[in-house]
Design a protein around this ligand. Structure first.
Ligand code: CA
Length: 249
């Protein structure tokens, strides 16, 4: 298959969790019996699991949506699991991969880990052990996220990194200018608060000069074209008539 050249949606790990914080696992496994068993145990342990039976469909699902973890069989029809792991690594460097395979020799394990697997489980395996290993990966993710969270501003599906000025909406990267980022950061830090234009000028531009209020409008409009699906019917930054703007909370 041709690996899509468009930018992948794989981004930060918290974006991969559902709004209830449930982790999303993509299972790439061509053995339906094993897949059914894994599906049941992982779902029982509180994850949301989707199963595909080939590397091609797995890569397509990774391209289309955000995931917390990929569980990958190596012996697959079509593209081999090792190649799938390498492709995931190229596109989604931080997406954890757990290889689950019958290929248990030392050299095979090494090539799996070299291809980018974070963990390696040999078939036949104990379901309890596998679920425990998945939990261990999620604990590591939660820890990393908690550390990153200290510098992140989050409101709904908007996520801003105050150090790098990276903006993610639903896992999609959005490029903003410094002023646009400053405005959005004010809204995200105070969801639901109604800002007067003068207040935004003071906070983002550091001035209160009345004549510049149209500058705020211009920047809000530009920001909307970047973050809103339909800038004429904004879902994030809403106009409060006669007052100013607020982030829909
Ligand atoms: Ca297989």
């Amino acid at each position: 298959m041709t690996w899509p050249s468009t930018q992948s949606i794989c981004t930060s790990r918290s974006d991969a969790a559902t709004s209830q914080g449930v982790k999303r696992i993509l299972l790439i496994e061509d053995d339906n019996d094993i897949a059914a068993l894994l599906l049941r145990h992982l779902t029982d342990s509180g994850s949301q699991v989707e199963h595909v039976a080939s590397g091609e469909s797995g890569l397509a699902r990774i391209e289309a949506e955000s995931w917390s973890l990929v569980i990958l069989d190596l012996g697959l029809p079509g593209i081999d699991g090792i190649e799938v792991a390498a492709k995931i690594r190229q596109t989604c460097p931080s997406l954890p991969i757990m290889v689950v395979t019958a290929r248990g020799s030392e050299s095979e394990r090494v090539s799996g880990l070299d291809a980018g697997a974070d963990d390696y489980v040999i078939k036949p395996f104990s379901m309890l052990e596998l679920v425990a290993r998945v939990r261990a990966i999620f604990r590591r993710l939660d820890f990393q996220e908690a550390q990153e969270g200290n510098r992140a501003l989050i409101a709904g599906d908007l996520k801003l990194d105050t150090q790098t000025h990276a903006v993610h909406i639903n896992g999609k990267n959005i490029a903003l200018t410094t002023r646009e980022f400053g405005l959005l950061a004010e809204f995200v830090a105070h969801p639901g608060k109604v800002f007067r234009r003068g207040e935004l000028l003071e906070r983002v531009w550091g001035t209160q000069y009345e004549g510049y209020h149209h500058t705020v409008n211009t920047h809000i409009n530009r920001l909307r074209t970047k973050i809103e699906l339909d800038p004429h019917s904004p879902q994030y930054i809403q106009t409060v008539w006669g007052v100013g703007y607020k982030l829909k909370s």
